[in-house]
Design a binder for this molecule. Structure first.
Ligand code: FES
Ligand SMILES: [Fe+2]
Length: 334
């Protein structure tokens, strides 16, 4: 609800920009050194994930119906117990293999739709549950055979604005590439205002990763809202684990908001034609309240939320797919 005080305090985050056009901006290719991106990716890949994979959005796993996702070639089914807790396990029924994603959940128990076998989430014959974690925005599943790392109790969940202080949205797209191609795209912030001029302008990398102790990009960038109207912010990019890149707005409108990009392999590691799901969570925050929050966050959020249908997402997937194509045919530069 809008109140008078909010209205009085509200100031527009929009700025009118008079910068150079696309062709006149400073080229970034010299700064975007392939070795720097490769080293940053390598350090990210070496961080522990504990074998946790993002399976989808929390709100996609609804009480009363199962949710299915194939991760690393392994068919997984997730559902909610009677108290709302997350349950997960192999997606094939232990009896004759029915796809459990199409089964039914009755009072928190997964009931196979072929012959009625009931799974409450504990082991049943060869059917062994997978550890699962609901962080409130995303659901994760631990697959030790796929990850091949030392398992951990919990996934590496990025810091987010406090629950209730913002709005969140989760989008998914699938590309023909491996998770590292998605991560490498996000670890190249320099392509922003060249490749996505419809969303970003005046992008400057003000700090580069300097190894494990200080492994962040700091970027000044303006989100283009419409025409010359932009919202300038400072953002930080980090890769806390091998399949996650986090962009956090550190200064400007919507500070503390995060955009988490999670790359989940759908196919097995040795697949000829790998496919990867890009599961992106936007968690926006603002000091402004009520209607002012929505109004203030909207200019920053809109270009990000538009990713699903928009060019931004398509273009980044095309970048990742191109990188995989070149890598897999031995033509990747550097
Ligand atoms: S296949 Fe599930 S109960 Fe028979
Ligand atoms: Fe991009």
């Amino acid at each position: 609800m809008a109140d008078r005080a909010d209205k009085a305090r509200w100031t527009s985050p929009l700025r009118r920009r008079r910068g150079p056009g696309w062709a006149e901006q400073t080229p970034t290719w010299r700064a975007a050194r392939p070795a720097l991106i490769a080293d940053t990716l390598k350090r990210a890949s070496a961080r522990p994930s504990g074998n946790w994979f993002v399976a989808g959005a929390s709100r996609e796993v609804r009480p009363g119906s199962p949710y299915g996702r194939t991760v690393g070639g392994v068919e997984v089914v997730l559902w909610r117990s009677r108290s709302g807790g997350l349950r997960a396990g192999p997606g094939a029924c232990p009896h004759l293999g029915a796809p459990l994603r199409d089964s039914r959940v009755v009072c928190g128990t997964l009931v196979c739709h072929w012959h009625g076998l009931a799974l409450d989430g504990s082991a049943f014959a060869d059917w062994q549950p997978y550890p699962a974690h609901d962080d409130g925005v995303l659901v994760w599943v631990r697959l030790d055979a796929v990850g091949g790392e030392e398992p951990t109790e919990r996934p590496v969940v990025p810091d987010r604005p406090a629950p209730g202080s913002g709005v969140d949205a989760v989008y998914t797209a699938v590309g023909r590439c491996e998770p590292q191609d998605v991560v490498a795209n996000r670890l190249d912030p320099w392509h922003g205002s060249w490749f996505h001029p419809y969303s970003f302008v005046d992008l400057t990398v003000v700090r580069e990763p300097r190894g494990d102790e200080d492994d962040a990009f700091e970027v000044d960038v303006s989100f283009r809202v419409a025409g010359r109207l932009v919202v300038p912010v400072r953002a930080e990019f980090t890769a806390p684990e091998p399949r996650t890149v986090v962009m956090r707005i550190t200064d400007g409108e919507g500070a503390t908001s995060v955009v988490e990009t999670h790359a989940t392999p759908l196919t097995a590691g040795d697949a000829q034609r790998p496919r990867t799901a890009v599961i992106e969570a936007v968690v926006a925050a603002s000091d402004r309240r009520g209607f002012a929050l929505a109004r203030a966050a909207a200019p920053v959020l809109r270009p990000l939320m538009r990713r699903t249908a928009g060019r931004l997402w398509r273009d980044d997937l095309a970048y990742a797919e191109r990188r995989w194509e070149l890598r897999s045919s031995g033509r990747f530069p550097g």
